[in-house]
Design a protein around this ligand. Structure first.
Ligand code: SF4
Length: 376
C-alpha cells in the first residue's frame, strides 16, 4: 500500500470502503472544490452512516417503493437474455442483430475482488472492440474505473454495454416514466450525467488497450417505462455536453495527496463499534474531525451529498449558503449580516464591495417600496 492509501484506510477505519458508482462520481464532480467530500469519498467513508451518527441524516434518495419498482422493471427488461431490450435496440439504432450473447459480469467464478472483475471486464470489452469471433454483444455490470483526485476509483456498474460492429453504446435502465414523450427533465439530466461517467470510464478502459475512444458512442440509450404502463421504451441521449463537464470537473479536482498534506496525521472517521455495536467515538468528536476538512457548501449539496444538512448548518450566515447566483452577485461579501448592514446603510462597503453594495441597496429600496405599497 502507498502512504496515500494507508492514510485513506486510516481515515476510513476498519471497514470495507464504500463503493463508487456513476451517481457518486457525478455528485463529486458537481462540487469539485469541496475538500471534505473529496477526502471522504476517496477514503470510501460511508457518509450516509456518518451523517446519521452525528444527527444530520441524509434526506434524499429513492423510497423503498421506488427501488422495488425499479428492480422489477429492470428484471423485466433483462429477462430471457435481454430479449425485450434487444428488440428496442434494434428499432432505435436501426440495426440488424441476428444473434446476440449476454454476459453478466457481476461475479467472476466466486472471486469477487474488484481487480479481478475489472480485468475480466477489460478483457471481454477489448475482445469485443476487436470484433473477434464470438466476442459478445451485451455486457451487463462491467466493472469500470476512473481516476478521481489522483486515485483509481472503481465504479459499481449499473449499465449494459451494447456492442455492434465494434461500436459500443452505454445502456441505462431507469424506472422514471416517459409520459406522452416527456420525462422529468431533472431525472433525464441526472441520468445523462451518470451515463457520461460510464462513457468516459469505458473510453479510458479501451483507450488503455490502444483503441480510439470514439468506439464508445456519445449517444447513450435510456430505457424507461412508457406512459403509465410497465412497457419499456428506449431513447437516444447525446451526452457530449455532460462528458465535457465531467471531464473538466475531474481535472479541476485537487489531488487527494495534496489535500491530505493539509490535514492532521491522525485524522479518522472510524466508527469502530464497542461490544454492543455502538460506535466508540462520540458524535461531537466526529463533528470536530469533519471540521478539520474544508467544506464548500452550496444548496445543490442538498440533492447530492449525504452530509448536506451538517454542512448547511455549519455554513449558516455565509453568503455561499444562499447559492451560486447570490454568491456571484455578492462577490467580496462573505457574511449575510455584512450584506444586510450594507443594504441598510449601516455599514460602509470595503473597496472591493462597491458593486455588490449598489445591488444590495437597490434590492433593499425595492423591497421597502413593495412593502409600503402593500401596506398602503
Ligand atoms: S454537503 Fe458538505 S461535504 Fe458534501 S459536497 Fe456539500 S459541502 Fe461538501
Amino acid at each position: 500500500m502507498t502512504s496515500t492509501s494507508q492514510r485513506l484506510a486510516a481515515i476510513r477505519g476498519g471497514v470495507e470502503p464504500a463503493r463508487h458508482n456513476a451517481r457518486t462520481i457525478a455528485a463529486l464532480t458537481g462540487n469539485p472544490g469541496c475538500a471534505r467530500r473529496a477526502v471522504l469519498d476517496c477514503a470510501g467513508v460511508d457518509k450516509q452512516r456518518l451523517a446519521a451518527y452525528v444527527d444530520y441524516p441524509a434526506r434524499f434518495g429513492q423510497s423503498q417503493f421506488a427501488i422495488t419498482r425499479g428492480n422489477v422493471f429492470e428484471a423485466q427488461v433483462k429477462a430471457n437474455g435481454c430479449a425485450e431490450l434487444l428488440g428496442l435496440l434494434r428499432d432505435l439504432l436501426d440495426l440488424s442483430v441476428p444473434e446476440v450473447s449476454y454476459d453478466d459480469l457481476e461475479s467472476v467464478a466466486g472471486r469477487e475482488s474488484q481487480d479481478v472483475r475489472y480485468s475480466r471486464a477489460k478483457a471481454l470489452l477489448t475482445r469485443a472492440a476487436a470484433q473477434a469471433d464470438g466476442a459478445g454483444t451485451l455486457f451487463d455490470h462491467p466493472l469500470l474505473r476512473l481516476e478521481v483526485a489522483g486515485q483509481q476509483a472503481y465504479l459499481e456498474p449499473d449499465l449494459i454495454a451494447f456492442q455492434h460492429d465494434g461500436l459500443f453504446h452505454v445502456v441505462e435502465i431507469k424506472s422514471f416514466a416517459v409520459i406522452d414523450g416527456q420525462a422529468d427533465s431533472g431525472k433525464v439530466a441526472a441520468a445523462a450525467t451518470q451515463a457520461a461517467v460510464y462513457v468516459l470510464a469505458m473510453r479510458e478502459m479501451l483507450g488503455e488497450a490502444g483503441y480510439d475512444p470514439d468506439v464508445v458512442s456519445h449517444d447513450v440509450v435510456l430505457v424507461c417505462p412508457r406512459d403509465f404502463s410497465n412497457r419499456p421504451m428506449a431513447v437516444r441521449v447525446d451526452v457530449r455536453k455532460q462528458l465535457a463537464v465531467v471531464r473538466r470537473q475531474l481535472t479541476r479536482m485537487t489531488r487527494v495527496d495534496a489535500l491530505l498534506a493539509e490535514l492532521p496525521a491522525d485524522l479518522t472517521f472510524d466508527l469502530a463499534p464497542d461490544d454492543k455495536g455502538v460506535p466508540t467515538r462520540s458524535p461531537a468528536s466526529l463533528i470536530a474531525a469533519l471540521e478539520e476538512v474544508e467544506a464548500r457548501y452550496s444548496p445543490e449539496c442538498l440533492a447530492s451529498c449525504e452530509l448536506a444538512y451538517l454542512c448547511r448548518h455549519e455554513a449558516r450566515g455565509c453568503t455561499a449558503a444562499l447559492g451560486k447566483a447570490a454568491l456571484e452577485e455578492m462577490g467580496g461579501i462573505d457574511r449575510v449580516e455584512t450584506a444586510l448592514a450594507i443594504a441598510r446603510d449601516q455599514r460602509a462597503p470595503a473597496a472591493d464591495q462597491h458593486e455588490a453594495a449598489e445591488l444590495l441597496r437597490a434590492a433593499a429600496r425595492l423591497r421597502a417600496e413593495l412593502i409600503s405599497g402593500v401596506a398602503g
